[in-house]
Design a protein around this ligand. Structure first.
Ligand code: ADP
Ligand code: MG
Length: 374
């Protein structure tokens, strides 16, 4: 069992190191999407209000990037300070002068190579900064990094509210109530193969859309023209699984324009870019009969303007009474664009961590919390 930060006990005067989810898009030194930051505040406020000395640690994807823009953004919402250091003298001095309830943000943890290398000396040095660890970044819980899997072996550890929200929101997708439907789209079957294989054990139907469908068309021996495929044998292996549903109509583009065709009618000159109206309709019919629906991955190449299938699907799920769990980086972007965020039972913002969690039923960062020292 992962222990909740709610059960952390007396924290007044204690140094609590929080792995917060602060990796947000930044342009010209300014945060451009603060959705994730708002979520991070709940755990920070909870600890600060109880008198903890809160030390925030987080990462930026780019190891050379600074968290200073995030600090400037957070400063508008809560009182905190920032040091350009992770575990050196500057950080230690700043932590030493923290008063009860105060919050300090450390620099991008990936500035130190020890994070990604999962270096035990780095982890020990980090652990020496604090008395308790709170993991609140589910989006990196699939990574074997020092600040994710090693800290819980060194400090009594708890899951923060944002972490728990993802864990509790996604867990029902592991054991869906029948009749259940999983809809998986996107670009590469290779990145979704493990997930699809697991879903086939638990779900009644697995609809395969986006470019993933091309692999199945090809495995059936159909012409797919210049359409994107992944070059794995997953589709061949799964072709005869009766739970798999492949779109029967698709939108293709050729030199002469865009048209909808039956999957068996795709020509050499065509490229498949989306699922077509008839497939959306049959998907809606299955959806109406479903108790649980899991959706990840766009149905078409929206960067090229082929948004119809994805948007129609998002609306159909949002308008249904089904228990709906949706997520994925690009899927989330579509839902945000349509302003449908609050129309689903749960929307995950965990990206790759969500896919790994659904494929494996757990994550290294969850396991570490379950095994944490007390
Ligand atoms: P998510 O981030 O939600 O998990 P993915 O990253 O797996 O989704 O997939 C998103 C990508 O899939 C987008 O770049 C989109 O253009 C691409 N895609 C979807 N359908 C097609 C298609 N038919 N051909 C080429 N690319 C596609
Ligand atoms: Mg993506």
């Amino acid at each position: 069992m992962v222990r909740s930060v709610e059960n952390i006990g007396e924290v007044a005067g204690k140094r609590v190191l929080v792995r917060a989810s602060l990796n947000v898009p930044i342009e010209n030194g300014v945060v451009t999407d603060s959705f994730r930051l708002d979520g991070a505040l709940k755990t920070i406020r909870f600890l600060s209000e109880r008198g903890a000395r809160v030390i925030l640690v987080s990462h930026m994807t780019d190891k050379a990037a600074s968290l200073e823009p995030v600090f400037l953004h957070l400063k508008e919402k809560i009182s905190l300070t920032f040091v350009h250091d992770i575990h050196g003298t500057l950080a230690r001095d700043a932590i030493g002068s923290l008063k009860n309830g105060e919050v300090l943000l450390l620099e991008n943890i990936r500035n130190d190579a020890g994070e990604k290398a999962c270096d035990s000396d780095f982890a020990k040095s980090l652990a020496s900064l604090a008395d308790i660890f709170v993991a609140d970044d589910f989006t990196v819980a699939h990574r074997h990094h020092a600040g994710i899997v090693l800290l819980p072996t060194l400090l009594p550890s708890y899951a923060g509210f944002q972490f728990l929200s993802e864990l509790q929101g996604l867990t029902p997708a592991l054991t869906p109530r029948s009749p259940s439907l999983a809809i998986i789209g996107g670009a590469k079957l290779t990145t979704k193969a493990a997930l699809i294989e697991r879903l086939l054990q638990k779900y009644d139907h697995v609809f395969v859309g986006g470019a993933l469908a091309n692999d199945f068309f090809k495995a059936r021996g159909l012409e797919i023209g210049g359409s994107l495929t992944s070059g794995t044998d997953t589709a061949e292996k799964l072709l005869n699984n009766p739970k798999i549903i492949v779109p029967s109509f698709v939108t293709v583009e050729s030199g002469t324009g865009v048209r909808d065709v039956e999957a068996g009618e795709i020509q050499k000159k065509d490229v498949v870019w989306d699922i077509a109206e008839q497939s959306i309709q049959s998907l809606k019919n299955i959806l109406q009969e479903s108790n649980t629906v899991l959706w990840n991955g766009p149905m078409g190449n929206f960067e090229k303007g082929f948004t119809k299938g994805t948007y129609a699907l998002a609306h159909a799920i949002a308008e249904s009474n089904t228990n709906s769990i949706v997520g994925g980086g690009d899927t989330l972007a579509s839902i945000q664009h349509l302003d449908l965020m609050d129309k689903f039972t749960f929307v995950s913002s965990a990206g790759g961590a969500m896919l790994d969690f659904l494929a494996n039923g757990t994550l290294p960062g969850i396991q570490a919390l379950e095994d944490s020292v007390s």
